[in-house]
Structure formats: structure tokens, C-alpha cells
Design a protein around this ligand. Structure first.
Ligand code: 2BA
Length: 160
């Protein structure tokens, strides 16, 4: 794993991460599902708001009762669902289900994928939800973890 130099003429013009870097398996960088705050599709919006507030995360995964990934929820989706004409209708929070307000159009990444794919996806997502062949939720891959790995490689390059 590491970087290699692309020589142009006499000089080294740019250095790029080597193929090995892009080929690194994402699995070892995944924050495993048991450490990830989540809610279930049948939970109320009130419960989801509590989990988001207590954990401090901006968005969290939504799973079904068999631990399969279903979507994402954030506080904005919840407040949007209780926005009345003149005020926010907090009293409706217990009756709204997560499955009716979550975002289902989220790209997921397979546990056996490589860094190349993760880098492409994480440009537009704060974190990636990781699934296996059965669609089971295996955890998340965060921007923080990916950037830390990139930083390590860049420092190695500077010092080599
Ligand atoms: P955000 O909640 O918007 O968090 C943005 C960044 O702020 C995080 O980046 C992390 O560096 C920091 N941060 C926020 N809340 C934190 C906390 N309670 N403890 C420690 N650091 C915290 P990333 O680590 O790259 O995470 C990206 C996104 O992944 C987070 O966005 C959140 O939506 C989700 N996430 C991360 N860890 C999670 C977990 N254990 N459970 C559920 N969702 C998680």
C-alpha cells in the first residue's frame, strides 16, 4: 500500500496513491453495527428525535426488525413532517412512523468493496452504510475514517 510517483520529463510532477491503496478492502475501516446509533422503521418520530438529540449525530441509519438497512433519518426530516400552517405540531411526533419520513434513496456500499468505490461515494455522503449480500446492515464507513487513512498515506509520501 502507498503512493507512487509519476515522472514527467526530468522531474517528478505529481504523486498519486498507488493501485494498492485504491484496492484496500473497506472491511477493516468499518465502524461495526453494534457501535452505530440507529432506529427501526416502526419507531416513532419522537423516538428518532430522542436518539438523534442524545447521540448528537446529524443523521443515523434506519433498519428493519431483521437488521436490514432501510434508509436514513435526520432531524430536518422529522421537523418537516410536523410543520403545520402556523406552528410546529410537536404533539404529532408519537404517531408518525420513521418509515414514512425517512430517506430511502441512499447509496450503500458492500462490505467486500474497495477504497476506490468508497472514495467516490463519500464525496456526497457524510458516511456510507455498509451491507452484505443479504442486505444486512454491517456498519458505517465515515468520512473521518477515510480522511484519516488518506492523511496517513500522504504523510508517508512526504516523508519518503
Ligand atoms: P455528523 O453527526 O454531522 O458528524 C460530523 C462529524 O462530527 C463526525 O464525522 C465526527 O467527526 C464529529 N462528531 C459528531 N458527533 C460526534 C460524537 N457523538 N462523537 C464523536 N464525534 C462526533 P464522522 O465521524 O466522519 O461521521 C460522519 C457522520 O456519520 C456523522 O455526521 C453521523 O451522521 C454518522 N455517524 C458517525 N458515527 C456514528 C455512530 N456511531 N452512530 C450513528 N451515526 C454515526
Amino acid at each position: 500500500m502507498g503512493f507512487h510517483s509519476c515522472a514527467k520529463g526530468e522531474e517528478d510532477m505529481i504523486s498519486l496513491p498507488s493501485k494498492d491503496f485504491f484496492d484496500t478492502r473497506i472491511e477493516e475501516f468499518v465502524i461495526s453495527s453494534e457501535k452505530v446509533a440507529h432506529v427501526q422503521i416502526g419507531n416513532s418520530a419522537e423516538h428518532a428525535l430522542l436518539v438523534l438529540t442524545k447521540t448528537g449525530y446529524a443523521a443515523i441509519p434506519v433498519l428493519d426488525s431483521k437488521y436490514r438497512f432501510q434508509g436514513l433519518i435526520n432531524a430536518q426530516m422529522i421537523t418537516d413532517s410536523i410543520l403545520g400552517m402556523n406552528h410546529i405540531e410537536y404533539e404529532r411526533l408519537p404517531e408518525i412512523r420513521v418509515q414514512d419520513i425517512m430517506n430511502k434513496e441512499i447509496p450503500v456500499i458492500h462490505i467486500e468493496e474497495r477504497f476506490q468505490k468508497a472514495l467516490d461515494l463519500v464525496i456526497n455522503q457524510n458516511f456510507l452504510c455498509v451491507v452484505d449480500d443479504e442486505g444486512m446492515f454491517r456498519g458505517i464507513l465515515t468520512r473521518r475514517v477515510i480522511l484519516k487513512h488518506l492523511k496517513k498515506l500522504i504523510y508517508q509520501l512526504r516523508n519518503s
